[in-house]
Design a protein around this ligand. Structure first.
Ligand code: GLN
Ligand code: ZN
Length: 765
């Protein structure tokens, strides 16, 4: 049996890629140095996988920003506006990802959206009616050759043509992106042909959409496209790869395609194994995704061996690959870098596995499947069994008190006391806000200084008092500055927070952390998800100090800023021993206590961020309702403890709301601020059509790009919004928190934004 890895983390075990990219963008290192850093990450990854005798080592899983963008550029799907940059490939590439404001150019970035149900974001390909493709460069080929030169035979990884189109977006009306397949496939096959000619034997073609709900037209395309690939590249062995869900209704379709090997995700959908085995044809191979690419818990060898056994009852052993369920892009690099026992205790650490450990797990499973495994290997199995058993009964996990509180929740606990119309009036009496009230989403720039204070504090070089003094001064500056430009609802700036989930997780019981467990979120942005290992509770208030401190500095209202239960759940590594809904409810109860405390402390506006509510949606529509019911309920449970007079905000980003708008309404937040600017207010249509009853703040500028929006641009966007939403309902704000931006751009942008709101107020009066 061979081992198959679908993709390895590309950020480097110490986030080398992040640092290199950011230095390159800041002009601190040359293009050559950047490219070298990339190459050294790739080499280390390949060597590591070779060391553990991985049979199928991926190449082209590396990316400087995003692998979807890589393919977009490879296939020459470069939007018109970037044509002036064509001659400089690296600049062009980053311009597509981040926008470009240099040398008299001012070009906006491409859209970015979530990669299926992960917290990874990809750059959305743009297609036009007359879309042409051409082989701009063959990145997969370059990286294959690079590995080959080191003596490593790799399996290039490429997104399949149908999934590529489905990931993209039509930039004009009057055509269907699937209709450009005819133009795409010849270029795509040329790319593959070059790989075949270079000696590639196996290629991993990712078609995640085969495990999603897809329209009939896409279903019909698959056999045509894959036959064309087969005809053009008859020698290439295709590992047709799906993940994150089961093939379900697409099983027969997938099985009918001309692949050599089919890869399926048996962590997410173990049930599909039997169906597939029953229908599997005798000349094909099956790759069993059994080592979880999405979570950090140790593999249960006994359970995996059972699963493999079921497959080998029906297939010859050499037709079975044992594999990761998905790319390891979604887990941190190396658990062995976790050396501080006060951060991650040995007891919890031994339940876990990061990417490198997962590579080893695959190697061990392979050894265990040999005719006569060595004693050493058998010992590994015994140790694994013991550790899995120990975890199940650990007293670290179970808290009777939390379980009792959950039982005592009633339906009323998740409902505000009065409808929005009544609340709105009471809130306005207190807040006295103008038309088009302006606000921000919460965080202000986490500058180098702010981050260095935290680092110094953690190292012990700053005392708690010194650290807090610095934070107080920064908060005070932020409050004064917001007052001075005339924002209406202020924020304290979140300077004390490392990350919107980690900050809360650190103060909640049932959570643990890693020192170095970074995962890529988008581009150079990485997150270090907390790890929920046990029942969750809130021992002490979490945000009261900083919120009340800021609130006392001004007569304007300061928003209390909380992260919502669904987002905390969604952006953490979660337990795999109880349903997500149960864990979420525990978190909701903890946030509810915080909301209650904020209100008691005199905070009249409280924002509960739920940017991740949509990404928590199950990938298959059939499962949506169950999820939305519990997710909305958890939000309401956390928010509904307040009186009518307290204004609850929520914030969501990178979401399409059309299909869940009724649930968003059920969340019943008094104000919702949303991402809108990259898609030029298109998102608002859903709110307009639904006649969304509460207040809305559509983001009027994109904070994910350093580009500074002009007053005029924002006036136009607000006007556009006011065409479909009542002016009385509209708030004016950026589309997300500003922590990743610098102060200079932030100051100009927000000053422009306040000016835009003023212009519109005048216009209406
Ligand atoms: N309040 C958070 C911030 O401003 C929200 C961030 C988010 O939506 N991702 O940073
Ligand atoms: Zn946001």
């Amino acid at each position: 049996m061979k081992t198959n890895i679908l993709g390895y983390p590309r950020i480097g075990s110490h986030r080398e890629l992040k640092k290199a990219c950011e230095n390159y963008w800041a002009g601190k290192i040359s293009e050559e140095q950047l490219l070298e850093e990339g190459a050294s990450i790739r080499v280390l990854n390949w060597y590591l996988q070779r060391e553990y005798k991985t049979d199928f080592i991926p190449s082209n899983d590396f990316s400087f920003y995003d692998h979807v963008l890589d393919l977009t550029l490879s296939l020459g799907a470069i939007p018109q506006r970037y044509i002036p940059l064509l001659s400089k490939k690296t600049d062009l590439y980053f311009a597509m990802a981040r926008g470009y404001q240099k040398n008299a150019h001012d070009i906006i970035a491409m859209e970015m959206t979530k990669w299926f149900d992960t917290n990874y974001h990809y750059i959305v390909p743009e297609f036009t009616k007359e879309q042409q493709f051409s082989l701009f460069h063959n990145k997969a080929l370059e990286e294959y050759k690079e590995a080959k030169a080191l003596g490593i035979e790799t399996k290039p990884v490429i997104i399949g043509p149908v999934s590529f189109l489905l990931l993209g977006k039509e930039k004009e009306s009057g055509f269907d992106k699937l209709d450009i397949t005819e133009r795409l496939v010849p270029v795509y096959t040329r790319m593959l042909k070059e790989l075949e000619d270079a000696g590639v034997e196996y290629i991993q073609i990712d078609e995640p959409f085969l495990s999603m709900d897809i329209e009939e037209k896409a279903k019909q395309l698959y056999p045509i496209v894959y036959q064309q690939i087969k005809d053009s590249c008859p020698k290439l062995k295709i590992i047709l790869t799906t993940y994150f869900e089961g093939l379900k209704d697409n099983t027969e379709l997938a099985l009918s395609l001309p692949f050599d090997t089919l890869h399926v995700d048996l962590v997410r959908c173990p049930q599909q194994l039997d169906t597939i085995l029953n229908l599997f044809s005798s000349d094909k191979k099956l790759s069993l995704g059994i080592v979880d690419g999405r979570n950090i818990w140790k593999n249960d060898f006994e359970a995996s061996l059972k699963m493999i056994q079921r497959a080998s009852d029906q297939l010859e052993r050499d037709r079975i690959f044992i594999a990761a369920s998905s790319s390891f892009l979604h887990v941190p690099c190396d658990l062995e870098l976790e050396t501080k026992e006060n951060i991650l205790t040995p007891e919890i650490k031994q339940w876990m596995a990061f990417a490198e450990q997962k590579v080893k797990e695959l190697a061990t499973l392979k050894e265990l499947l040999q005719e006569r495994p060595s004693n050493q290997t058998l010992e590994k199995l015994e140790a694994n069994k013991k550790s899995i058993r120990k975890k199940q009964s650990s007293s670290l996990i179970h808290n009777a008190d939390v379980k009792k509180q959950l039982e005592n929740i009633s339906a009323d606990d998740s409902r505000r006391k009065n409808p929005f119309a009544i609340r709105r009036k009471k809130q306005q009496d207190i807040l006295n806000l103008p038309l088009f009230p302006t606000t921000t989403i919460g965080s202000f720039p986490q500058t180098k200084e702010v981050r260095s204070w935290r680092a110094q504090f953690k190292k012990g070089n700053l005392s708690e008092k010194e650290y807090n003094d610095l934070l107080r001064a920064e908060t005070q500056k932020a409050i004064q500055w917001q007052e001075s430009i005339g924002l209406d609802v202020l924020v304290h700036g979140e300077f004390e927070r490392n990350d919107m989930v980690e900050y809360f997780g650190e103060q909640l019981a049932g959570f643990t952390f890693s020192q170095n467990g970074w995962v890529q979120s988008y581009g150079s942005r990485c997150v270090k998800p907390p790890i929920i290992y046990g029942d969750v509770s809130r021992p002490d208030p979490m945000t009261i100090y900083w919120t009340t401190y800021a609130n006392a500095l001004t007569d304007k209202p300061v928003k209390g800023m909380l992260t919502g239960p669904v987002t905390i759940l969604q952006w953490s590594f979660v337990r795999n021993d109880q349903p997500r809904s149960e864990t979420c409810k525990q978190i909701a109860l903890a946030i509810r206590k915080e909301v209650d405390n904020l209100q008691q402390a005199g905070i009249s506006v409280i924002q509960i961020d739920e940017p991740a509510i949509r990404e928590g949606l199950p990938l298959r529509k059939k499962d949506w309702k169950i999820y939305l019911d519990w997710a909305v309920n958890c939000f309401c449970l956390s928010a509904s403890v307040v009186n009518d007079e307290t204004q609850i905000h929520t914030h969501m980003c990178y979401s399409e709301f059309n299909d869940i708008i009724e649930y968003i309404a059920l969340m019943d937040a008094d104000v919702i601020t949303i991402e809108c600017s990259r898609s030029q207010m298109e998102l608002l249509d859903a709110f307009a059509e639904f006649k969304y009853p509460n207040d809305i703040g559509p983001g009027v500028y994109d904070i994910h790009s350093p580009r500074i929006p002009s007053v005029e641009e924002m006036v136009n966007l607000i006007r556009k919004a006011a065409k479909v939403i009542l002016s009385e309902q509209l708030w004016v704000n950026p589309d997300c928190g500003l922590k990743t931006r610098g102060w200079n751009e932030t100051k100009t942008a927000l000053t422009n934004m306040v000016e835009a709101a003023r212009i519109l107020r005048k216009e209406i009066n």
